[in-house]
Design a protein around this ligand. Structure first.
Ligand SMILES: Nc1ncnc2c1ncn2[C@@H]1O[C@H](COP(=O)(O)OP(=O)(O)O)[C@@H](O)[C@H]1O
Ligand SMILES: Nc1nc2c(ncn2[C@@H]2O[C@H](COP(=O)(O)O)[C@@H](O)[C@H]2O)c(=O)[nH]1
Length: 444
């Protein structure tokens, strides 16, 4: 097994490091700031729960998907027999492109750790016996050493397999063979780990299991602990099939536990009944505090709250949409609705960075990438609050370090990088020498 991945530094890479004038040093603008000489403790970490699985990527045509009952663009469970038939078919056709650690939350944590150069903690299962070359082995090999795997639960049997089918249009469809991935016991949800986190990340996939699976109960324990400790719960919806089974249950769950909701426009449509991603994000604000809605080639939307007292007007052109001039206050920073004396709904949108990559081989993980950027900004805010507690940045309990507009830019930039690297897990962070997101964006 790997050595414990403890963070040897008491620093954290900030989202804005590439254009420091937008971010640091804040003390030049605020003479009240008294940075702590030595911030107490370690930088914040993000914890997530996932079904440990390996993505087995194969390039196939639509007929192949139809043959095995898969749904284009979505994730479905497959039986052991179907999994075996699929595996034999892709082996025989020499269609396997790669076998790489996956899982929507684990991808997000991996990317968070790559971007922030900081620790995240993954909760889930791992095969107790690991042979060289096995799926469990591949999983460990392709996970960042900054992702702490020391809290995983050892289980008998294999981790999950996610057949990841990429069709000619670059879209991806998944067939899941669960193995032991849903056997996480509530005993492997450590209270101290949840309580000390900057955020808890879960996905809607965690409730999709079979009779006797313990994953859902474990996830419910974690969200209850997080709620009690005031730790933001971040939910990513994963696939529309899970949501459309019972949208009302999800609405109630989000209202009860979730601070940050991440979804794509399809998932947003089944959750809210609104096809338009901006309208879906606005509707979801009835239940969540902050919403990220990715919309493929349309880019992404964010929606959230800020207090009237802290609203900041944009200097960008005002945008038309189902909510006219919806981005007027996008320079504000997000807050929980209950932390606002006079809550104001705020919206922002951004088109794909640089208009998107010239060629997209595979959209796998683009949405997870966007969420990892938002998490990075939230954790950076926690770190800054601990390091410079009397900064003007913390006159109110903001959820993120940056404004809605900056969050959108950063999230979109990371999605672009995922698309360019053609992998849901970044093998490297963003370029250090990209000294301005805006300039790079406009100087195409
Ligand atoms: N065809 C595309 N062209 C340009 N950018 C894209 C394209 N597809 C996705 N993106 C970028 O990736 C982000 C997330 O993509 P999306 O497909 O909505 O996520 P998901 O993987 O969750 O379905 C988008 O907000 C956009 O920035
Ligand atoms: N934990 C689970 N992860 C899953 C499941 N089905 C697919 N996936 C993972 O999603 C990412 C791609 O995400 P996206 O942003 O393109 O939607 C991929 O790496 C898969 O491993 C599942 O049932 N559970």
């Amino acid at each position: 097994m790997r050595a414990p991945s403890l963070n040897p530094v008491s620093q954290m890479k900030f989202p804005g490091q590439r254009k420091s004038k937008h971010y640091f040093p804040v003390d030049r603008r605020d003479p009240m700031i008294q940075p702590l000489a030595s911030p107490e403790g370690q930088p914040p970490y993000v914890v997530g729960i996932d079904q440990t699985l390996v993505d087995i990527e194969a390039h196939v045509d639509d007929a192949f998907l139809a043959r095995y009952g898969l749904s284009k663009g979505h994730s479905l469970l497959v039986s052991d027999d179907t999994a075996e038939a699929i595996y034999q078919a892709i082996l025989a056709g020499q269609l396997v492109e790669s076998e790489f650690a996956g899982g929507t939350v684990a991808n997000t944590l991996h990317n968070y750790s790559v971007l922030s150069d900081s620790r995240s903690i993954l909760l889930g299962v791992m095969s107790e016996q690991i042979g060289v070359g096995s799926y469990a082995y591949r999983y460990l090999c392709s996970t960042s050493s900054r992702v702490d795997l020391n809290h995983l639960q050892p289980v008998q049997g294999p981790i999950g397999r996610c057949f990841t089918f990429v069709t000619q249009d670059g879209d991806r469809s998944f067939g899941i063979s669960p193995g032991a991935m849903n056997r996480l016991s509530h005993q492997y949800i450590p209270e101290s780990v949840i309580n000390g986190a900057a955020a808890l990340v879960i996905s809607a996939y965690l409730v999709r299991g079979e009779e006797g699976d313990t994953m859902k109960a474990s996830a419910m324990k974690a969200v209850s602990l997080a709620k009690a400790a005031g730790v933001p719960v971040v939910l990513t919806l994963g696939t529309r099939h899970v949501i459309e089974a019972d949208p009302a249950w999800w609405q109630a769950f989000i209202a009860e536990y979730v601070t940050v909701l991440a979804m794509n426009e399809e998932e947003g449509a089944v959750l809210t009944g609104q096809q338009d991603p901006l309208a879906a994000a606005a509707k979801a604000l009835e239940w969540a505090d902050l919403v990220l809605c990715t919309a493929g080639p349309l880019g992404l939307f964010m929606a959230g709250y800020t207090d009237e007292a802290f609203k900041r007007e944009t200097s960008h052109p005002l945008l038309p949409g189902c909510i006219p001039e919806f981005n007027r206050f996008e320079f504000s920073r997000p807050m929980r609705r209950t932390d606002c004396q006079a809550p104001l709904a705020v919206f922002s949108h951004i088109s794909p960075y640089m208009g998107g990559p010239h060629k997209i081989k595979n959209t796998n993980g683009a949405g997870d990438g966007a969420l990892s950027a938002v998490l990075h900004d939230m954790a950076a805010n926690c770190f800054h609050r601990t390091s410079v507690p009397n900064s003007a940045k913390h006159v109110a309990p903001f959820l993120s370090y940056s404004s809605f507009a900056q969050l959108c830019k950063y999230a979109n930039r990371v999605s672009y990088e995922v698309l360019c690297q053609s992998s849901p897990r970044l093998s490297r962070g963003l370029p250090e020498r990209e000294d301005s997101l805006e300039e790079a964006y406009w100087e195409r």
